[in-house]
Ligand binder design. Sequence first.
Ligand code: PEP
Length: 247
Amino acid sequence: MRRRLVAGNWKMHKTPSEARAWFQNLLERLPQTEAEAALLLPFTHLPYAAQVLGDRVAYGAQDVSAHREGAYTGEVSARMLADLGCLYTIVGHSERRSYHGETDALVAQKAQRLLEQAIVPILCVGEPLEVREAGEHVAYTLRQLEGSLNGVNPPAASSLVIAYEPVWAIGTGKTATPEDAEAMHKAIRSWLEGRYGRGFAEGVRILYGGSVRPDNASALFAQPNVDGGLVGGASLKLEDYLQLLTA
Ligand code: PEP
């Protein structure tokens, strides 16, 4: 049984003080639900997450250095994130792949750094519009998955989360249909089975991301291979995020 995960990706939004107040409001209104809540935050917000959210709501970062330590100005290591209590961290988000030139090989190194610190990578994959229109989306996404997991050896199924995020659906208001999401998630799980074995593949949570909102979440999350969502815009509004947790 895979526990649903609703992971909010705040990107570069809110100040640390605004975040602290939001966390307090969240805790006051946190619904009784079987789903797990997580927030992926800018680095600056993490000390407040540690103080306010503690172990009631999981949190983590949106990126990590591929290096362990050293003269890497501006970088933040997995060890630093672990020290602040991060349980999850995103790697390979399409915005980092396209605006910062991150390759599959770099994403794989970052995932491995997180695993060394017992932080669960939320590994993002997904095709751009022209690839979907050409009907190459499954092959493209599985190739990206293979490259981004090259040399990555999670100790257990619970140590890895995959987020399928079609690039054309991120922040655009366009969402994959539940059937299209399910077809891709099924293909990803079957690839994971070939790589890591059946038991492992059955336990890995595969999230859908791309314009998930309260009005479309239930249909997406009802698909057998969709284990929750990675949510950008809708995770910034408390009312919306609370509704997603019960969707
Ligand atoms: C994301 O940033 O990962 C994302 C899916 O954003 P949005 O929900 O805004 O499309």
